[in-house]
Write a protein that binds this ligand. Structure first.
Ligand code: ADP
Length: 578
């Protein structure tokens, strides 16, 4: 009995175990099914994602292609070995290949050596090397003809290193990005504008030159008449002519200066000069003018103002003269105060304060613009061109200085100037520019004057007569050569600009007349007094020049310098007519 019971118990236990096992297997089967379900879902999801990614990539790729196709600039990317990896269609079109595959995997050197000059290729290679070595952007400016447009185009080429953050995990570390900016049209426009500006400046310069020529006659004749006997009224009229002519000459000189500045031809000529003397002369020149307008001129300089400084004295004088004459012009009552000192940083500083009409706040910004005149109604009787301050400001700039103004309308203005001036020079370093005018006569001198304008010949003739000289006159270069072949002249005054044969050609032919003319002084008469005029005339076979309008003093110095000394008589016989 016991045995049967035991067997039953064992069987029961086994059934129990099998049931458990069955349950376990069922659970595992369920889990496996659910896992399989998940795997299936994952596979499906992956497939969907793959499809999505492919189409996103395609869209991205299409946009990238669009960018490369339609970007008007030549842009390309090179790999570490200098091979093309990407480029815009602009490059493909310029070099005339069907598509990118034709240059893919070629180095830029292999491709560009077919289109660019050796020099350009070398410069491009050097620039790329520099970018790689320094990791800095390099900009190259080149005229290149890729052949497509059959003309040189001007490119600014920007070369940059691009480091592959994203490419790092697939082995790309860096590349070179080249961007070509075609600035040809911009340069053409700029050149056109510059040419127009040059034409305007040339026109102004020519016009001023043309006006200076008759001015030569007016001022010369006035000078000559003023030496004759005149009654009080006549002398006054003559003085009026002289003053008006001088005002006109100032205006013409302003226009000439302005066109020179515009054409970039205004030069600053530095040298040692006596600053104190310059300021004293300025005071001597302005004092009587202020007095005659019943205005006070308080003129002072710092006690430790140096005597000798280094700078451009003529331009410093021009700047200060312009501001002082504005002070005089635009002040009706009160005073003008002038104070000059040299600061520790070697700057000549000048404050010029006036109690004049002042300048409206909104007008201050127009002050340095050319041809700009302010407060026209109030200033209707004041002579001016509106160029003075534009020139003054530009001159300060050219001398590396500054000009600024503070003003209260109706109360007055202060103009402040600062101009670098190196101190510490010695008196002996100053070139002796001032020469003493001594009266003399040179009756025996044989003088020839050549000028294509009749009245200029009359002016020169009358001026030479002051020195007892009766010159021969020629209206054309060819006549001058003819006269010189018959008479040996001691000095020849030669107009520079003449039709047919100009002064340079005529002088050359005269020099060829024989050994006696090799050393004869030939002096240019010119209305075009440019900065390096002396140098230019000396290089062209002249011995000196006199600016028109001719002044008796410059003629005096020139004759004394160039006539043979035995012809100069300091005997008081000079023919002053009054
Ligand atoms: P302009 O030859 O007409 O004097 P500027 O260039 O020297 O030309 O000056 C430009 C304008 O600035 C003048 O027309 C005048 O209206 C104004 N201006 C210049 N200086 C002064 C001053 N000291 N006080 C008042 N106004 C001035």
């Amino acid at each position: 009995m016991n045995g049967l019971t035991d067997e039953k118990a064992v069987l029961l236990q086994e059934i129990k175990n099998l049931t458990l096992e069955n349950k376990k297997l069922s659970r595992e089967l369920r889990m496996t099914n659910s896992f399989l379900e998940k795997v299936k879902l994952m596979v499906e999801a992956k497939e969907t994602l793959g499809n999505l990614l492919t189409s996103a990539n395609m869209i991205q790729r299409a946009y990238t292609d669009m960018l490369l196709d339609f970007c008007p600039n030549i842009i390309f990317l090179l790999d570490n070995d200098g091979k093309f990896v990407l480029c815009t269609k602009a490059l493909i079109n310029e070099i005339g290949v069907p598509n990118f595959d034709y240059i893919k995997n070629y180095t830029y050197k292999e491709i560009f050596s077919k289109f660019l000059s050796n020099d350009t290729c070398n410069r491009l290679s050097q620039a790329i090397e520099e970018v790689i070595n320094t990791k800095q952007k390099v900009i190259l400016n080149e005229y290149i003809d890729f052949g497509n447009k059959n003309s040189l185009r001007y490119y600014t080429i920007e070369l940059t290193i691009v480091e592959g953050m994203r490419g790092g995990n697939i082995g790309i570390t860096a590349g070179i990005l080249a961007v070509f900016n075609d600035l040809t049209d911009f340069i053409i426009e700029k050149e056109r504008a510059e040419a127009a500006n040059r034409a305007k400046s040339d026109f102004l310069a020519t016009m001023s030159h043309e006006i200076r020529t008759p001015m030569n006659a007016i001022l010369g004749m006035t000078e000559i008449i003023s030496r004759s006997e005149l009654n009080g009224a006549q002398r006054k009229y003559l003085n009026d002519i002289k003053n008006s002519s001088n005002s006109l000459l100032t205006i013409i000189n302003d226009i000439l200066d302005f066109s020179k500045i515009e054409a970039g031809k205004m030069e600053i000529l530095n040298g040692y000069y006596n600053l104190r003397e310059l300021l004293e002369n300025l005071y001597a020149m302005f004092m009587p003018l202020f007095k005659s307008k019943n205005l006070e001129l308080y003129f002072s300089v710092s006690p430790n103002l140096p005597h000798v400084v280094y700078g451009d004295d003529a331009r410093v004088r021009q700047v200060l003269t312009n501001i002082l004459s504005n002070g005089l012009k635009y002040t009706q009552e009160g005073h003008v105060e002038f104070y000059a000192w040299v600061s520790e940083d070697n700057m000549l500083r000048v404050d010029i304060h006036d109690t004049g009409i002042g300048i409206r706040k909104e007008d201050l910004k127009k002050l340095f613009r050319p041809f700009e005149q302010l407060d026209i109604r109030k200033n209707k009787n004041v002579v001016g061109t509106g160029l003075g301050l534009a020139i003054t400001n530009k001159l300060c700039e050219l001398m590396n200085g500054n000009l600024w103004v503070e003003s209260t309308y109706g109360v007055g203005s202060t103009f402040s100037v600062e101009i670098p001036c190196i101190t510490g020079g010695e008196e002996k370093e100053i070139e002796n520019k001032t020469e003493e005018i001594i009266d003399f006569s040179a009756e025996g001198a044989k003088v020839l004057v050549v000028d294509d304008i009749d009245i200029n010949l009359s002016v020169a003739e009358a001026m030479l007569q002051i020195f007892g000289i009766d010159p021969d006159l020629a209206l054309r270069g060819i006549d001058a050569v003819d006269l010189a072949s018959k008479t040996k002249y001691d000095i020849i005054f030669m107009d520079q600009m003449m039709p047919e044969m100009d002064g340079f050609e005529t002088s050359k032919l005269i020099r060829m007349l024989g050994p006696e003319y090799e050393k004869t002084p030939i002096i240019a008469l010119t209305a075009n007094v440019i900065n390096n005029a002396e140098q230019m005339f000396l290089e062209n076979g002249f011995d000196g020049f006199i600016g028109k309008p001719i002044e008796v003093d410059s003629l005096n110095l020139c004759l004394r310098k160039f006539l043979p000394p035995e012809l100069i008589k300091y005997d008081g016989k000079i023919k002053w007519n009054n």
